[in-house]
Design a protein around this ligand. Structure first.
Ligand code: ZN
Length: 333
């Protein structure tokens, strides 16, 4: 792992954990705020030895888990709350843990015990035309991920504009749905640092995942890429000296990064629009065209990405769902 050191920012410190087998993410970042007691932002996935790796880094800045007074989680994916259970048991006192209400259920025992797989996952796979061997790989992947965390059943809810303050820092929650429905950024106004979770990452374009668990959504018309782009609009004008993401290096050019994302998504939408002109298509059938170098077990991510772009084309009146399926067929209009 070779990333530039994070800049000095008063009482804000980064803890970084290498991610074996997840090279595309480089590393998971956790952040420590305050002079003690401290607030933690996110907690990395629970690989063997993860806790002691970040514990050594915490000790280097003069703290132990006992100094943690709260944990704020940017969103409900396991690589952001994996170590919460272990940190809490090491601390020797209650540590409240906060997450946006739209993602709270993802931390719970029920969801994790199911291997993060449900009837809705099967329906989605059928709708997308995924072959059985791909579905099997998806399931295995899901089961692997669920072992990288302990459930958190008592998470407290945070909402847009809520604040968390302590000695030397003031954090404000900014709800930025898209990567997940409850995804939040946190703006620290003293040092002007934006903690972006997976909403902004320097070295990759974050994936606005199609939301399979439709029954969990309050807004049934939720469309990941549409709301992701709206969330970019929300944070574009923020006075941030630095952006500290959930993975990889810090970011200095917030505006430049956002323009690049918009361009990337627009290009992909246009590529898809052109492919539909060849006649009605299944989602899985488009994977090879858009992602020719896809790895084993990654077809589900590709299908999700294709669907969120198709939703944009349908919003623009340029594509239609021509057959409900399963598998569903999409056509140019
Ligand atoms: Zn992540």
């Amino acid at each position: 792992m070779n990333i530039k050191p994070f800049p000095e920012t008063g009482c804000i410190h980064a803890l970084t954990l290498p991610l074996p087998g997840m090279q595309d993410l480089i590393c998971s970042n956790m952040y420590v705020l305050g002079t003690g007691p401290v607030t933690l932002i996110d907690s990395a996935p629970k690989f063997q030895g993860s806790l002691s790796t970040v514990q050594r880094q915490l000790a280097d800045i003069g703290f132990s888990w006992a100094d943690v007074e709260r944990i704020v989680i940017t969103h409900g994916h396991i690589d952001h709350f994996g170590l919460v259970g272990q940190i809490r048991s090491q601390a020797g006192h209650e540590i409240p843990c906060y997450i946006h209400e739209e993602d709270r259920w993802r931390l719970g025992s029920d969801h994790l015990k199911s291997g993060m797989w449900s009837e809705e996952s099967d329906l989605f796979a059928a709708m997308a035309g995924m072959p059985a061997k791909e579905v099997e790989l998806m399931k295995r992947r899901s089961h692997f991920f669920k072992n990288l965390c302990d459930p958190v059943d008592d998470a407290l809810i945070m909402r847009d504009k809520d604040t968390f303050t302590g000695e030397g820092y003031e954090l404000t929650v900014i709800h930025t749905p898209g990567h997940s429905p409850g995804c939040c950024c946190l703006y620290e106004s003293v040092q002007q640092v934006l903690f972006s979770g997976d909403h902004l990452i320097k070295h990759i374009t974050p994936n606005p995942f199609h939301e399979i668990y439709r029954s969990r959504l309050r807004d049934k018309s939720y469309q990941s890429l549409r709301v992701y782009l709206e969330s970019l609009d929300r944070i574009e004008g923020i006075a941030a000296r630095y952006v500290f993401p959930g993975h990889g290096e810090h970011i200095e050019d917030l505006g430049g990064l956002i323009s690049g994302y918009r361009e990337h998504h627009r290009e992909r939408t246009e590529t898809l629009g052109a492919l539909l002109k060849n006649g009605p298509q299944q989602l899985y059938g488009l994977v090879g065209e858009i992602f020719p170098h896809i790895g084993a077990g990654e077809a589900s991510l590709a299908v999700s990405e294709i669907l969120v772009h198709l939703e944009i084309l349908m919003n623009e009146g340029r594509a239609v769902l021509s057959d409900d399926g399963p598998p569903a067929l999409y056509a140019a209009s």
